[in-house]
Design a protein around this ligand. Structure first.
Ligand code: ADP
Ligand code: MG
Length: 676
């Protein structure tokens, strides 16, 4: 018997139920036993006078009136009766559970769990409590196909049958140092706590386990990346210095510093795995260009992967221009999914024969049929838009090139250890000289006309303008329709200026055409959806109007705003919105208050609160089941330190102390397919 026995070893689990459990990520007993509840209902009874309005509570009392049942329409019903608790006679109702009527008789003592309405002294009943013994009921995430009760029952069965197989996996030393429960007690109390205090202690141990295992995996990734000797890239400093001297600007100190860090890594016989973070507009592209040129000068290929076609096209053009104006003749090609079959075939052939020096691409770069001649460096721009898996694919594809991932990080510094634990980090903490901070204003939609009067005067003075149309519930079709409407309207109102329209449904050639028209000032106003969000770099565009700005998150607004303010002229971002919630108002005020991406990320986190992980997920953060990496940051740090300590000992994996841990890590590998 082992915890990794298939779930079908439990009685009551056949093929069909196993399929359903699989959808919940449960394949074996271990998965089931660590399928933890997300809350507990407090079944201990209370008095109405001790209960707040809207609180979930259990009342124990005597049924004091005959239950009445009323039915409305098909399937809907309500049972109502009164329950005497001490001196309080409150009313209780159950909706849509007509069968309960049998159990309710005048004079009977009952305990009922539900939501209390203090104003009407009424309880909206959820269920009748039978068990007198346990006072906390574990509530699990479930889906349509499987009932709470079933999950509870299966976990009870699994624990009864397998409890003796549960061994401690965290080394003893750590368990003592951090006063962790034995794994058996931890699992028991997560599911069947006899007090809220015990549930809390179990959760603490379970969270530590989760963080620790995660950090162990990061360390193992680090180690395995470092094991095989990486390539020493013998770049030609003269070529690099010459290129830098011919740039139309001088590099900032911050850029110089990160370039040194990257070049050192390239030269050392290691596999570079470096994250370059720097705010929007801090000049990461030229840093990547220099790193790729270093590769080229050593006779190796380089690739840069970006999240959108538009950005790929932009980068291809910008890089060509950069190299050409320094008199360098590199062959740069674009590999996107929009390519015609013949053109694609040619590019794949030339990549494989080594005739292409630098390839710029989207996800198309990580298709199975892409082979490189000798890829030395893979750059991943806007890395938070890619999953761990996609990053890993690019690495495999190129037979383990050095990796430079870039991000205008929407992740606060405090979270970096979780998000980028396995990477070395370089930071550009300075914007190029002479940039004027973008002036950001928030206006209500009834000011829209004023905004456009002002836009007209700016257009007359030669400015170019982005108008970003709202995001409509993730529906691309609606986004597009909406953009078209606004485009039509502005075409009328802003005559004689020329308006362009950019959205996700255009073909590549059409997108390219629109961007070209805008960057050469053939059109002065670009109406666009969020396809513009990342990377696009057009210096003469100085005004960004964002409609219904409260539909966007802080990180996204900051990225959007970053499309302007790229040249020497004063730039403006105008947020048009009527937020309906305090959170919406707070977001607008945050964006107006600062241009500093790191500060905004911290603010974003505070506003959102630790419970809301959606934005964090978007930012490339892994998800956790039990622990909350924001709230329990200290614990995450401790887990990281512990993992580093363990793995830095030679032969740590042969140490008896770590035997269970090693076994556990290898047996749970299936959960981390993305990590390979
Ligand atoms: P991001 O870091 O957001 O990717 P980019 O690399 O697109 O920023 O750079 C933003 C703009 O700043 C580009 O137009 C680029 O040419 C310019 N730039 C980069 N470095 C410098 C510098 N040292 N001085 C002046 N302008 C710079
Ligand atoms: Mg960029």
């Amino acid at each position: 018997m082992s915890l990794f026995d298939s779930i079908t070893e439990l009685s009551g689990v056949g093929q069909k139920r196993a399929e359903i459990l699989k959808q919940l990520g449960i394949l074996n007993i271990e998965d089931l036993l660590t399928y933890y509840p997300f809350r507990y209902d407090d079944l201990e009874s209370r008095l109405p006078s001790q209960t707040d309005d809207g609180q979930k509570v259990t009342f124990k009392g005597m049924v004091s009136s005959q239950p009445t049942i009323s039915r409305f329409g098909y399937k809907k019903s309500r049972i109502a009766f009164r329950l005497l608790i001490g001196h309080d006679n409150i009313s209780v109702s159950f909706f849509n559970q007509p069968w309960l009527k049998e159990q309710i008789e005048i004079g009977k003592e009952m305990a009922i769990f539900g939501t209390y309405d203090a104003v009407h002294e009424a309880l909206k009943g959820q269920r009748i409590i039978h068990a007198e013994n346990d006072s906390l009921a574990a509530i699990y995430p479930s889906n349509q196909a499987i009932h709470q009760k079933t999950i509870q029952q299966l976990i009870e069965n699994a624990y009864a049958k397998y409890a003796d197989q549960i061994n401690d996996i965290i080394p003893r030393r750590l368990m003592l140092a951090y006063r962790l429960l034995s794994r058996k007690k931890q699992i028991h109390d997560m599911h069947f706590p006899d007090s809220a205090e015990n549930a809390k202690l179990a959760r603490r141990s379970a969270a530590f386990e989760e963080f620790f295992i995660f950090q162990m995996r990061l360390q193992l990734m680090r180690i395995s990346a470092g094991k095989n000797r990486g390539r020493e890239i013998e770049y030609n400093s003269e070529i690099l210095n010459d290129f830098i001297a011919k740039l139309p600007y001088s590099l900032t100190d911050a850029q110089k510093k990160v370039i040194q860090e990257i070049l050192l890594d390239l030269k050392r016989p290691i596999h570079m795995n470096r994250l370059l973070q720097g705010d929007v507009g801090s000049g990461k592209t030229v840093v990547a260009a220099i790193a790729m040129l270093a590769c080229y000068s050593a006779g190796l290929q380089a690739a840069i992967m970006v999240p959108t076609e538009i950005l790929a096209q932009q980068h291809a053009i910008n890089l060509s221009n950069l190299y050409q104006s320094a008199g360098l003749n590199l062959r740069i090609e674009l590999l996107t999914s929009g390519l015609k079959a013949a053109a694609r075939r040619q590019i794949l052939a030339d990549l494989e024969s080594g005739e292409i020096d630098i390839v710029v691409g989207t996800h198309a770069l990580i298709q199975a049929d892409v082979h490189f001649y000798n890829l030395g460096l893979a750059v991943i721009d806007e890395q938070h838009r890619f999953g761990v898996k996609q990053r890993a694919r690019l690495r495999e594809q190129g037979q383990n090139p050095d990796i430079l991932a870039m991000t205008a990080t929407p992740i606060p510094r405090t979270l970096a250890i979780t998000a980028y634990g396995e990477m070395d980090v370089s930071t550009i903490d300075q914007l190029p000289n002479g940039r004027r901070p973008i002036i950001t204003k928030w206006v209500k939609s009834n000011q829209f006309d004023n905004v456009f009067d002002w836009v007209k005067t700016q257009l007359a003075a030669g400015a170019q303008v982005y108008v970003v149309t709202p995001l409509i519930e993730e529906s691309e079709t609606l986004d597009v329709q909406n953009a078209v409407l606004i485009y039509d309207r502005l075409k009328e109102e802003l005559k004689p200026y020329r308006i362009g329209l950019l959205h996700g449904r255009l073909t590549n050639d059409e997108k390219q055409q629109v961007i070209n028209d805008f960057s050469t000032n053939r059109v002065q106003v670009l109406v666009t959806t969020t396809v513009i969000e990342v990377g696009v770099d057009i210096k003469n565009a100085t005004i960004m109007v964002i409609l219904d700005a409260d539909r966007f998150g802080i990180a996204q607004l900051h990225q959007l705003r970053g499309r302007v303010g790229r040249g020497k002229k004063q730039s403006y971002a105008i947020l048009v919105s009527d937020p309906k919630t305090q959170y919406g108002i707070d977001r607008m005020e945050a964006i107006v208050s600062t241009n500093d991406g790191f500060a905004l990320a911290e603010k974003d986190l505070k506003l959102r609160g630790p419970g809301d992980v959606i934005g964090i997920k978007q930012a490339g953060m892994p998800e956790f089941n039990v622990g909350d990496p924001i709230h329990d940051l200290k614990m995450m740090e401790t887990a990281q330190q512990s993992a580093i300590e363990i793995t830095s000992q030679s032969n740590w994996d042969a140490d008896k102390e770590n035997a269970e841990l090693v076994k556990y890590l290898s047996l749970t590998m299936y959960r981390y397919k993305d990590f390979d």
